[in-house]
Design a binder for this molecule. Structure first.
Ligand code: SF4
Ligand code: FE
Length: 484
């Protein structure tokens, strides 16, 4: 099998024996759980779109490893054109789901691992790159979704991994065996773990020599013995499990959902280990993965932004306010901010370069500038959306009241905007804006814009490292005719 259809993807997830907990209970049927299902539908979109002829160019490509046609979410980027197409694909998926579609974390981890394993082998004569290519061939041939897992709980931020009071606060090797290793620890904020076949684990920070057991990277199936998934709580999450839920959910079909993933003595066979104690390469892996994921936000967040701008413009139409000049100007500002993010995503891709392994890396300075803007602009876009939508977005009665025989007619009458638009449609659009700015999707659009792919300070450190101030000083001296 080369590529899965959306339906085949869903069926493949049913075969997994995931150990998932939510609201204190074990979830036996993860795929059909009404709270988790929308997040799975978002990943399914990456399969559905790949089947459509009009998106073939964007959603699929040819593997450099197997020579077969593959879903672009499993691609090892072969050119700057590939990097640009990646961002365009993410914008498209954001537009179609208005949520986090999760599959990019794996794609970004693949590309960081591909080049880093090559460079470790060159230094140490290890065979991580061949192992990794074998793993990639398996992923591509089976069209798998892989969760890229980086963020450790981190405990006391002032202490390095090996100095923590509890050694498990960073995931680490607890046993080295002839046939592999045993690991313990956890990964936080894992988007899409319940919708993934495999989990690809990476270290979360650069390591010192004493952190040898913490400099570890590997891939295992998500239903491996010892893995426990504890779902995160989201604002308004239980609306999805209410009987007859529809309007109040805001985005009924799609979502994203994060979890804490615990690795309690999980065995990793040798052929699935891609970093094992080479502490000085942990930083390279982290920096490259973070760079790719900061590029990704110049696509996915822009796609969700497109939906939010559209919803806001509709809210203005439904209020009869669409011709008011300040409303028009605010929609222009939202578009300007959103397209600025896209420009950064495209720019860091177009300015990418070939690594020693042959795949392409983004321009790291521009990718970090991209993500730094993402920590700000979606907040301003959301602020303007709330401004235009009006207070009703958060004071509106429930769908059950709207459907009620006793009071439904009052809602129908008093929540009406322009006469030509039904009250129900006005409610639907306001709930969608609420969902993206304050509800379940706000995890992906707001707070993830701040902290996903690294918090703002992490980008500032990278921007500072890449800024080349010495060169800029030399330029100024030349112009000012300074001779020393
Ligand atoms: Fe993809 Fe964006 Fe979700 Fe990251 S936040 S996995 S880039 S959709
Ligand atoms: Fe993310």
């Amino acid at each position: 099998m080369a590529m899965m259809t959306g339906e085949q993807y869903v069926e493949s997830l049913r075969k997994l024996k995931l150990n998932v907990y939510m609201f204190g209970k074990k979830i036996e049927n993860v795929v059909d759980n009404p709270i988790i299902r929308p997040s799975m539908n978002s990943v399914k979109m990456t399969y559905d779109l790949a089947e459509k002829p009009e998106y073939e160019e964007l959603m699929t490509t040819v593997s450099n490893i197997t020579g077969e046609k593959i879903n672009r979410f499993t691609n090892i980027h072969q050119s700057t054109e590939d990097l640009v197409k990646k961002v365009k694909m993410q914008r498209l998926c954001g537009q179609k789901t208005a949520a986090c579609f999760q599959r990019c974390v794996g794609m970004d981890a693949f590309n960081a691992e591909y080049s880093t394993t090559f460079e470790i082998d060159k230094e140490y004569g290890t065979n991580y790159h061949e192992r990794f290519k074998k793993f990639m061939a398996y992923v591509q041939e089976n069209d798998l979704t892989v969760d890229g897992a980086m963020t450790d709980p981190k405990g006391d931020r002032a202490l390095s991994p090996a100095k923590q009071a509890d050694p498990d606060l960073y995931l680490h090797i607890v046993e080295r065996r002839e046939d592999g290793i045993v690991v313990r620890g956890a990964k936080s904020h894992q988007t899409g773990i319940t919708n993934s076949h495999e989990v690809l684990v990476m270290p979360t920070v650069a390591m010192r020599p004493e952190d040898k057991d913490y400099a570890v990277s590997f891939a295992v199936p998500t239903d491996s013995q010892g893995i426990t998934i504890i779902m995160g709580r989201q604002s308004c999450d239980t609306r999805k499990s209410e009987e007859g839920a529809d309007i109040d959910v805001g985005n009924f079909n799609y979502g994203g959902h994060e979890a804490l993933v615990v690795f309690d003595n999980v065995f990793v066979p040798n052929d699935r280990i891609f970093l094992n104690g080479e502490t000085e390469f942990a930083g390279m892996l982290v920096e490259r993965f973070a760079g790719y994921h900061r590029q990704s936000y110049g696509g996915c967040k822009v796609g969700v932004g497109d939906v939010l701008i559209g919803a806001t413009a509709l809210a203005a139409d439904y209020n009869g306010a669409h011709k008011v000049s300040h409303i028009k100007d605010k929609l222009i500002e939202m578009t300007h901010l959103n397209e600025t993010l896209y420009a950064c995503g495209i720019a860091c891709s177009a300015e990418g370069h070939k690594t020693e392994s042959g795949n392409y890396l983004i321009n790291l300075l521009l990718a970090n500038v991209c993500k730094q803007n993402v920590t700000r602009f979606p907040y301003e876009i959301a602020r303007l959306a709330e401004d235009i939508a009006g207070g009703l977005m958060v004071t509106m009665p429930s769908e059950k009241d709207f459907r009620s025989e006793e009071v439904g007619h009052y809602i129908e009458k008093y929540l009406k905007g322009v006469a030509s638009v039904s009250t129900e449609n006005r409610m639907r659009i306001l709930r969608l804006i609420e969902n993206i700015t304050l509800g379940t999707a706000a995890v992906g659009y707001r707070t993830e814009s701040m902290h996903g792919a690294g918090s703002p300070q992490a980008q500032r450190i990278m921007i500072s490292r890449q800024s080349n101030l010495a060169h800029k000083k030399a330029l100024a001296k030349a112009i000012a005719r300074i001779k020393e």
